[in-house]
Structure formats: C-alpha cells, structure tokens
Design a protein around this ligand. Structure first.
Ligand SMILES: Cc1ncc(COP(=O)(O)O)c(C=O)c1O
Length: 394
C-alpha cells in the first residue's frame, strides 16, 4: 500500500549534515577506518557541575512536566544572561525555553510566516533555515554573502532583496558554516536598512555567541539597533557554548506577542523542554563559565592549523573564520582538476576512497565548497587534512 504524504513534505529534504554523519557511522560500523568532520557539535564533554545539577534534579523528583514556556529558575537565568552578556532587557514573559535552538527557530518561523511571504536568508546558511521557511508556507530569498566580504552580507545586498512580501530576515553570527562574525558596525548598517522597513522582523540566531576569537564584543542586533528591538527575536541555546547538544535546551526572547504565539505552538507540539535538562541548563547559565575560555583556546588553535593546511593544498582556498567551529574552503579548482562536476560527488568519492566525511557546501547554499567541522582532536584533524591533500592530488 502506498501512503499519501502531505504536500508540505515535498518542499523539504532531510538535513544534509545528519545524512552524511549517518552514512559515515554506517561505514565505520562495517569496519572501515572513517574520519567524520561533519557533525555540528563540540567534541568536549558537558562540564561536571552541569551533570551534577541534572542528577540532583532527578533525585529530587524534578521529573514532571514544567510550564510550557520553561521553569521559573531557567527563565530568570536567561533574563539575567541577556542583561549581563548582551545589554538586553526582557521580562520573563518575553522568554520561551525550547527543546534546542532549532525548535526556537522553527517556532519563530511558524509564528511569523505564511503563504505568500518571503524570508531573507543570507547564504552560506545553516542547512535548516530554508526548509523551516518553506514548512511555514513562505519562500526563502537567498542573498549570497561573498568570500571577499568575509562572508558578510552588505546593506546594499539586503536592500536589493527586500520586496513588499518580505517579512523576516534570518541573521546568524557567529555563522555556521563560514565562521564569519558580524562586527558591531556591520550589524548597525543592517539595522539601519531595517529601520526603513517596519514590517520586517529579524530572527537573530546567536547560538555560537561564546565561541569566538574576533576580539570584539558579541553584537546582538536588538542591542545594536534598539529602534527595531520590538521586532527582533533573539535565539540562543546551550548546545554549543556549554557542550550540551544532547540535552536539547534552547531559548528565544523577544516581543511579548510573538513569544506568546510561539508558546501556544509549543503547547500543541512538544509541550516543554525536558525538566532535567532545564535544571542542568540553569546550572550552566548561572555557574562557572571558565571552561568556555579553555574550549575557545582549543577551537582557535585547531582553526589556525586547519586553515593553514587547507590553504597549502593546491586547488583549495579558504578565508579564515572568527568564530563557531567550521571552515568553508572553496574547492572549485580542486574539483575541476579531479574532474568532479559537483561538490556532492567530490564528497561522496572522498568518503568512499579516503574514508573522510565532509559536508558538500551546496547543502549550505555554497556550491563548490566543503564544510569542515574542527570540533575534533588535533590528531584527527591532522589525519583528515592529510587524507584530503592525498585525495586532491591523486
Ligand atoms: C546556526 C545554528 N542554529 C541552531 C542550531 C541548533 O542548535 P540546537 O542544538 O540548540 O537545536 C545549530 C546546530 O547545528 C546551528 O548550527
């Protein structure tokens, strides 16, 4: 019997990063020596004091439903975090706790977009944004950020993409997959464009906020351009900065009306983020943050070595990143030299021939590139770069 699936399913695809990670795992299970630099999560363990808070939550019976929008303790911690780190003032009713930042982005798209709307998505983008926009019935309008502009979109590009249908701009800094970080002045000029377009909201995904080496303060557009703050939803989470990807906790803060709509949606879908994970997230936000600096030091040193090795490979060039844990080298010349038409076939052969799993740039709106996650040990990264160099020169 064939099952009729809904039309909306024809508009979306499985996440490319999840697919390639699964294929690599399968090959490894079959006994092959596989290196996977495809996953988007820190290779560090969750710090002990956070784990201890989760164990205490279990032992003290915090194992029931929580309010849909999150526990009071975690929401208070999020309110304090925004005030202390970002200069943003929110009341608790302007905060929603979600099962990961991904759910916060999804809820925001569902609450803001409908058929006939357009959402501007700067590319290279995190794989999920265009499909989240499509799932809400709207159309993603891709604006291509250029490598020579450090992968930042310009105000001119933004202005040119705006139409009467535009309802949302999705900003992501530090960026997955480029590692680009918008400095405060680059955010300010984007804010200035949006001041002229009062119908456009902003989804500011700041999940890599703490993973940076740009020596500038992190800039949230709601703080840099306060005149548009009443139409910005700022999204963040624990997965990356606190090495808590499996715990599934994220959060959104913004206008009361929007947060209320996102909360209603959540009440009819997942209810609340896991009670135990919320207790752990509270401990993470209010507790000691010194390990973040230690993690950053590692990420920076790995970034520097992978960036250098990539640029030593003939046919590959890579702009440096300033945050997150990814690099997006341009492989157009290497592809041509080896006779590959697409980055997808390049990545498939790389996995088959050399056992190295990387994600094709086309999944991120960056055809002719590769995304490399350097959330792996230096030894693994050295081995991976050697395999890539051998593959390209073979
Ligand atoms: C830019 C970006 N936003 C959001 C997420 C989702 O994070 P979470 O684990 O909190 O759902 C990711 C995860 O890869 C990401 O790269």
């Amino acid at each position: 019997m064939s099952i009729r699936l809904s039309k909306i399913m024809q508009r979306i695809r499985p996440s490319a990063t999840v697919s390639i990670t699964a294929k690599a795992l399968k090959l490894r299970e079959s006994g092959r020596d596989i290196i996977s630099l495809s996953a988007g999560e820190p290779d560090f363990d969750t710090p002990d004091h956070i784990k201890a808070a989760a164990i205490a939550a279990i032992q003290s019976g915090k194992t029931k439903y929580t309010p849909v929008d999150g526990t009071h303790a975690l929401k208070d911690a999020v309110v304090r975090k925004f005030a202390d780190d970002n200069g943003l003032t929110f009341r608790p009713d302007q905060v929603l706790i979600t099962s990961g930042a991904k759910q916060a982005c999804f809820n925001a798209c569902q609450a803001l977009l409908q058929t006939g709307d357009e959402a501007i998505v700067p590319a290279p983008y995190w794989v999920s944004y265009p499909d989240m926009v499509r799932l809400a019935g709207a159309e993603p309008v891709i604006v291509q950020a250029q490598a020579q502009n450090d992968f930042l979109i310009t105000p001119e590009q933004l202005s040119a993409a705006i139409t009467p249908q535009t309802r949302l701009l999705i900003l992501n800094s530090p960026n997955n997959p480029t590692g680009a970080v918008y400095p405060p002045d680059a955010i300010a000029v984007i804010g200035a464009v949006l001041e002229e377009h009062p119908k456009i909201c902003v989804l500011s995904d700041e999940i890599y906020e703490h993973i940076r080496w740009d020596n500038q303060p992190h800039s949230s557009i709601a703080a840099v351009t306060p005149s548009i703050a009443d139409r910005v939803v700022t999204i963040n989470g624990l997965s990356k900065s606190f090495a808590m990807s499996g715990w599934r906790v994220g959060y959104a803060a913004g206008p009361t009306e929007l947060i209320a709509a996102m909360t209603t949606l959540q009440s009819q879908s997942t209810t609340n983020a896991c009670s135990i994970s919320q207790a752990a997230a509270t401990a993470a936000l209010v507790g000691d943050h010194s390990f973040i600096e230690a993690m950053n030091t590692q990420f920076r040193s790995r970034h520097d070595s992978v960036h250098q090795r990539l640029n030593e490979i003939s046919g590959i060039s890579c702009v440096p990143g300033r945050g997150a844990f990814y690099l997006l080298p341009n492989i157009a010349s290497a592809m041509a030299a080896r006779g590959f038409d697409t980055d997808v076939s390049f990545c498939e052969s790389l996995l088959d021939e050399r056992g190295l799993a990387l994600v094709p740039g086309s999944a991120f709106g960056a055809a002719g590139h590769l995304r490399i996650s350097f959330a792996a040990s230096q030894r693994t990264l050295d081995d991976a770069m050697a395999r890539l160099a051998e593959f390209v020169s073979s």
